[in-house]
Ligand binder design. Sequence first.
Ligand SMILES: NC(=O)c1ccc[n+]([C@@H]2O[C@H](COP(=O)([O-])OP(=O)(O)OC[C@H]3O[C@@H](n4cnc5c(N)ncnc54)[C@H](O)[C@@H]3O)[C@@H](O)[C@H]2O)c1
Length: 345
Amino acid sequence: MYKLGILGLGEGRSTMSAALQSDKWTLHKICDLNEDLCKKRAKEFDFHNYTTRYQDLLEDPEIDVIGIYTPDKFHAQHIKMALEAGKHVVCTKPLIDDLSKAQELIDLSAATGKRVFVGQSSRFFEPMKRQRADYLAGEIGELVTVEAYYHADHRWFLGKGWSLENSFKWLYGGLSHPVDLVRWYMPDIVEVMGYGMLSPNGRAGGLQNQDTMHFIFKAADGRIARVSGVYSGPVQPTVRDSEMSCILRGTEGCSQGDYMDLRYAITTKTGEEKLITFDHKLKHFFRFEGKSHHAGEYQNYYEYFADCLTSGETAYPDLREGIKTVAVMQAMDESLRTGVPVRVG
Ligand SMILES: NC(=O)c1ccc[n+]([C@@H]2O[C@H](COP(=O)([O-])OP(=O)(O)OC[C@H]3O[C@@H](n4cnc5c(N)ncnc54)[C@H](O)[C@@H]3O)[C@@H](O)[C@H]2O)c1
């Protein structure tokens, strides 16, 4: 059993639930600057070992791993502090929002021998896991193109003060999911181009940066992919669409993993059409009110990380893979600014 300290108790709530229900983890201590929130979580989970000082997690010799769920702009700094304290790190997406700290984190991880695993939750959702397994089993033949998107009515998110700061971009906060899904299948994205805009609802809500974006990617081998994100308006009923989706079009088949409704569809190489739902897993994934938190994915990725720590295998996405995804997003950002295709650095 690995001992976990959690930093940031908004989304860290899902991680608390994940660790408390897992037989591979012991939740050891939780931390948030906001003491009222610490008390709220302590009561909710009947778990009372909390602190408002990150230093208390860093200095606690019992803690093996720190899970970071602070606002995006703090991730680089909080990862660095955890590595320096000799802890392994799980950091939520987006891993970092600026590449200038990337090399320092790579060097620190190498020097300390401590790992950084990106909590890229969407890979650990049931439909996406099944899609990956079918792809690896050759069910759709050779991959031709990928289309991934994340379109959600996230106007509620504008209640968080940091979402209205200029440092917050849906490009990183939201599109990190579909960009990662594309890169899971086409790791070598070399060029991107796209357009983005701030919608009337986003502007009225106080957002500073684009909330509506469409991109096309080119991979090193010439294949292309598409990614989009729309965040400040109503969405289709889930029976017609899913807030997050990944379509793989292959030479012999085609598959689609849908986030909402735990839904997966595939036309296999034998021509068989299958529509699969994972209703029996609803309670595993969605443990709180509504579907805004999805603790099951967190439990899945923490258990995968624990298995990798034990076996010595690398847990993906690791620091390097996470940084490559950030490099793609940085190029996307530049394409929005310049209006032209941008090579990924
Ligand atoms: N699917 C996913 O993986 C997923 C979903 C939602 C959010 N997230 C990510 O989780 C992160 C947090 O998002 P959120 O919605 O929980 O935001 P939030 O504002 O609700 O929570 C962040 C918390 O961090 C705390 N905090 C900030 N600095 C701190 C510090 N130095 N020490 C201790 N606590 C500190 C704040 O007090 C706050 O309670 C973001 O990076 C977001 O992108 C990931």
